[in-house]
Ligand binder design. Sequence first.
Ligand code: ACO
Length: 324
Amino acid sequence: MTRRALVEGVGHYLPERIVPNSEFEKTLDTSDEWIRSRSGIERRHFAADDETTSDLAMHAARAALDSAGLAPDDVDGIIVATSTPDLTFPSVATMLQQKLGMTRGFAFDLQAVCAGFVYALSTANAMILSDQAERLLVIGAETFSRIMDWTDRSTCVLFGDGAGAVVLGPGEGDGSAADRGILSSDLNSDGRYLDMLYVDGGVSTTGTAGKLRMQGNPLFRQAVEKLTTTADAALGKIGLTGQDIDWIVPHQANIRIIQGTAKKMEVPLDRVILTVQDHGNTSAASIPLALSVGVAEGRIKPGDLVLTEAIGGGLAWGSVVLRW
Ligand code: ACO
């Protein structure tokens, strides 16, 4: 028998405040039409002033634990993928432990910007397969609204806040691609592209959190190529191709990147979970948010083959293939 890390529960949380594209027309030289046609985004959620990343993570974690029928102390650890922590330290994950009333296990944050959730899933899978944990909460949670330059129309209209979570637990299979659980992953990064997407502040430079800076156009071109390559690599490790996929659950940065990647993989768009129109780019939260929405809508079902893929600052990119 082969050990597998199975998804036992999934949940998400979006802050109450919904901001339509038209809101930006009041302060910037932009339009609903430009934002929709260039990015696919129609609205996004922004956290309230007193709402932090760990608050969003807590709601998503509770929803995922509820859907798995588990209590916080049933998990051995928490991994939070985020680039927008409440504080420089301690980690959002330990703050979440406190908020959940969890008194055992370990908790840490992982930072790979928009690829964070894929990195976190892959890490959690490795920990479960190597017996370091039996059951883990894996979360993507972000408040990107806090690092926006509200005078920069080329970035501030693209991002949103939210959180999504999964519970990964122990499973078994025969070692084939027919098993349920995480089947393969592929992780990459290349620091030559640092300038394409970064935040212009930090602890050891400016002493401030900084604002997001992005060269959208060259990043766009890198994204389609690198996402297709990593998806093919993860699928190839288990002898599968795009034809075998039931659902692509992509990082929700831009509808045109999602369409371009699906087309290159020869996967029709009706097999792609899309939330970018409602959430904008929520960085590490976007994939678990989309997984949770896909399950809640009755689209992703047990036994379905799911491909998650993401790219973000670094550049860092990767994919995880799992059978739900
Ligand atoms: N409203 C109106 N015009 C705008 C806006 C706006 N909000 N923003 C930019 N423009 C203008 C630009 O100034 C430019 O004008 P110019 O031609 O006079 O210079 C024009 O629109 C075209 O700009 P481009 O950048 O070429 O537009 P593009 O079609 O590339 O779309 C976008 C921009 C949406 C940012 C796209 O490039 C993109 O999605 N890039 C990838 C982003 C991404 O993948 N991020 C993933 C990682 S995110 C993370 O890791 C945190």
